[in-house]
Design a protein around this ligand. Structure first.
Ligand code: FEO
Length: 402
């Protein structure tokens, strides 16, 4: 299967239909994704990226329908992660001497994963490769999201091949190849989810790199990321979004993420929400039950929030494993300028709230309060305490609102 991007550029990637395991627990997609590989035909023929390893055989078989593999002059690998480089294993069996252009760090990651001494040609920012009418210009994008990542700009067609940056997960087919073929709001949400889960830990680097790319004043007609649709209707849209998201982004939102055993901590969450709404009705309050939602979606809500309330009952003197997982994800996502507090019900010893607060303090997060505990099921008096707690949190956040 192949699709035309422009006269010279053909999508030769693979669609991976899957309901959750494409990236394991690291990032749920629900519908799968695409591994975008592009074949450029000019005086020299260039293949940009491949596909995930298990699809390598199919990828090579399909590629043969597009071109005699011996006619591929150069391979460019924008990022060594196996969802883009994995097809090299099969491809290089057929064309083992073809030069592979990539960053120094990619040479390291590719050697580490394939244990082959292929014909690597190291490139760095500003290096150019003439392929005939067109030129490829390389721009390293270190830590977006691996040390080895790079953008590739192609003249004439004015395409920016952006690796995972600006990507989103669609299991695209022909009618979904471009941004103007999909629902705008859904596209926004999918692009944001990728941003938060892959790039938010490197916000500062992302912001700097996006500005650098803008300062180059490249004429960009199409952005082709390595997952999902290509941005052609208004490529600047997603560049602007990345600039916003990477600059301490927040909305008037508070997220309450909790797990519950017999419903007491859930009741607390609902009462706290009620209190928040009494003080700050315009704010969006997201109630996220960890038992029902994926933490890679919850982290997106946290990313958008000014404050985060984490609720867990006490279980065997500790916190729920689901909450421990979320705290770990919050830590590694390194979100700045968020304010946190904990709450939870307990029957026996009641350590959960203190443990969550300790964890938040240890991570250097700004904490809003000492937290709120309720013994057993909240009664009328405790319901009022929860509502007052919500009101107090909302007042603090609203008071700081600019
Ligand atoms: Fe899509 Fe970082 O690989």
């Amino acid at each position: 299967m192949s699709y035309k991007i422009t006269e010279a550029v053909t999508w030769v990637g693979k669609i991976h239909l899957d309901f959750g395991q494409v990236f394991g627990k690291k990032l749920s997609t629900r519908i799968g994704t695409t591994y975008n590989s592009f074949l450029i035909k000019d005086e020299k023929n260039v293949l940009i990226d491949t596909v995930w390893s298990p699809l390598g055989k199919e990828f090579v078989a399909d590629l043969k329908k597009e071109i005699d593999l011996k006619d591929i002059d150069y391979i460019v690998i924008t990022h060594g992660e196996l969802d883009h480089s994995g097809g090299l294993g099969e491809l290089m069996k057929e064309i083992p001497n073809t030069p592979i252009f990539c960053t120094a760090s990619s040479i390291c990651s590719l050697k580490g994963q394939f244990h082959k001494d292929w014909n690597f040609i190291q490139v760095k920012s500003g290096d150019e490769l003439n392929i005939g009418e067109r030129k490829l210009i390389f721009y390293e994008s270190k830590m977006l999201h691996w040390p080895d990542s790079m953008f590739v700009y192609m003249t004439e067609d004015n395409i920016l091949f952006s690796t995972d940056v600006f990507g989103q997960n669609y299991s695209a087919h022909e009618s979904l190849l471009f941004d103007d073929c999909v629902d705008e709001e859904e596209l926004y949400q999918r692009a944001l989810k990728v941003y938060v889960n892959l790039f938010a830990p490197y916000n500062k680097i992302a912001n700097k790199k996006i500005k650098e790319i803008e300062d180059l004043n490249l004429d960009i007609n199409i952005i082709c990321p390595s997952h999902g649709i290509a941005w052609r209707s208004n490529p600047q849209y997603i560049i602007d979004k990345y600039e916003q998201w990477s600059n301490n982004y927040e909305e008037n939102q508070i997220t309450i993420a909790y797990d519950t055993l017999r419903g007491s901590t859930e009741k607390m969450a609902q009462y706290i929400e009620e209190g928040i709404k009494q003080v700050w009705n315009e704010a969006t309050v997201k109630l996220c039950n960890l038992a029902h939602l994926d933490i890679t979606d919850i982290i997106v809500e946290i990313f958008k929030s000014k404050a985060v309330l984490l609720g867990s009952p006490t279980m065997n003197n500790g916190i729920f494993p689901s909450m421990a997982g979320l705290i770990e994800l919050i830590k590694v996502t390194k979100l700045k300028n968020k304010r946190y507090v904990a709450f939870g019900s307990y029957g026996w010893s009641g350590e959960s709230v203190g443990q969550i607060m300790d964890e938040l303090n240890r991570c250097g997060f700004e904490v809003l309060d000492e937290g709120l505990k309720v013994h057993w099921v909240p009664n009328e008096e405790e319901k009022i305490r929860c509502i007052e707690f919500g009101k107090s949190i909302a007042s603090k956040i609203k008071g700081n609102n600019k």
